[in-house]
Design a protein around this ligand. Structure first.
Ligand code: CA
Length: 425
């Protein structure tokens, strides 16, 4: 089905800078506040944040299934409760109001003044009250690299990997929005394999280049979501840095998997780009061999061509781009992840967050973590300021960016950034 707001020929009467991630074809959702305005739902076009609460109050969303509380909210959950049709109609309405030939809003100067706020005057907040956070491990290149380093290059993928979208349950309490800094975590590490472990600040703090998707309400406990239905349950996507402490991970992860190495922080970008807006950027995923079980089969293009990059910025000097990857490299797609997650009857809820797992591409400059980029620290990276990195240093800022581009339309995510501060005493 054609989505009106995706028409590549649409232009807006609102100025959009060249190469902006936020043309009229994007219209993501987020939560913002300003010195004057309480937290509320917003969208974005160019360098302007659009106050959707004000648009609602001013009567621009008549005949849509929304109430004041859906916009006058510190999270998007209430809005997402309206489901795919509701949010699609809302985005289409917004698109219409901003379209160049449409004057309802444009001619109302005092409405325009009230509704548009320059992006540098707002503070973006965590957009979703995340119920459960699940992290997958769906990049074949990443799983192969990690398996090669830690186990056996000849059997890098474990036997289940090509059959199951492997995942684990993460922790939602420590998911933070872009701009929130974190402290280097402490924990048990065992620097010398033949000696006892010690309590220490992690010496191997790493990022993981991931994307996340946010769900609508799912089905009741006991029911499953098929790959065919899956997209009706996905609201949108964000950039996601799943911070990791490799030395804590190495010691703790046997036999039940990651715990404190992963749950100290995960950073997400503030704008949720709807799955609708990403529709034009569908692409075929990697060929799956062996053939997957029937509940993981799917029709059509379920991968997305989203260019990703990671930059590292030491304190006071310019950033260096250290990785360029693409979401299309994911072996397991979101529909398969959701079908697998619910095949046992596990229910998902409005506001759940699903991480893709680290997105590594086929070449060494497309690896999505320092662990892989520096190959366990054996091949340090050299930054523009001449300093070397094996892992993330104190006061380094990690910045991830992503966008899709086709037919001269660029739909992007902006960025997720956060700085690693020294460990607390
Ligand atoms: Ca992860």
């Amino acid at each position: 089905m054609e989505i009106a707001a995706n028409n590549p020929s649409l232009k807006s009467w609102v100025e959009v800078p060249e190469n902006s991630d936020f043309p009229i074809q994007n219209l993501p959702f987020g939560i913002f506040k300003t010195n004057q305005l309480t937290a509320r739902v917003g969208s974005r076009i160019g360098d302007m944040v659009i106050d959707l609460k004000s648009l609602f109050v001013l009567g621009y969303f008549t005949n849509l299934p929304f109430e004041m509380k859906d916009f006058d909210s510190q999270t998007l959950n209430s809005l997402m409760k309206k489901g795919k049709k509701g949010t699609r109609d809302l985005r289409n309405r917004l698109s219409k109001l901003l379209e160049i030939g449409h004057t309802d809003l444009k001619i109302n100067e005092h409405h325009v003044d009230q509704v548009f706020i320059p992006v540098d005057q707002v503070e973006m907040l965590l957009p979703v009250e995340i119920g459960d956070y699940t992290d997958f491990y769906s990049s074949r290149e990443h799983a192969t690299n990690v398996g090669t380093m830690f186990r056996d290059p000849n059997n890098a993928l474990l036997p289940n990997w090509l059959w199951i979208p492997v995942g684990y349950h993460g922790r939602s309490s420590s998911v933070i929005v872009s701009g929130v800094d974190i402290h280097r975590p402490k924990g048990q590490i065992r620097p010398i394999a033949t000696e006892d472990p010690i309590l220490s600040a992690s010496q191997r703090v790493d990022f993981e280049l991931e994307m996340g998707f946010i769900t609508y309400d799912g089905k009741p406990l006991g029911d499953s979501i098929s790959t065919e239905e899956s997209e009706d349950f996905i609201f949108g996507m964000c950039l996601f840095n799943d911070w990791s402490a490799r030395d804590i991970q190495t010691w703790e992860y046997v036999p039940l998997g990651p715990f404190l190495a992963k749950n100290f922080a995960s950073s997400m970008s503030p704008w949720i780009v709807t799955l609708d807006a990403l529709e034009p950027f569908r692409i075929e995923g990697p060929k799956q061999e062996p053939e997957v079980l029937s509940y993981l089969k799917f029709e059509g293009k379920k991968s997305y061509d989203i260019q990703l990059e990671v930059a590292l910025k030491p304190e006071l000097v310019e950033e260096t781009t250290i990785c360029k990857s693409n979401f299309k490299y994911m072996y397991w797609n979101m529909s398969q992840q959701l079908a697998h997650h619910t095949i046992n009857g596990c229910n998902i809820r409005c506001g759940d967050l699903m991480g893709s797992g680290t997105i590594s591409g086929p070449t060494p400059d497309s690896y999505g973590s320092m662990l892989e980029l520096s190959w366990k620290g054996e091949k340090p990276l050299t930054l523009k300021d001449g300093t070397e990195r094996k892992f993330v240093k104190d006061n380094d800022t990690v910045i991830m960016r992503g966008h899709a581009e086709k037919d001269n339309v660029r739909v992007g995510f902006g960025e997720v950034r956060s700085k690693l501060l020294p460990a607390k005493n």
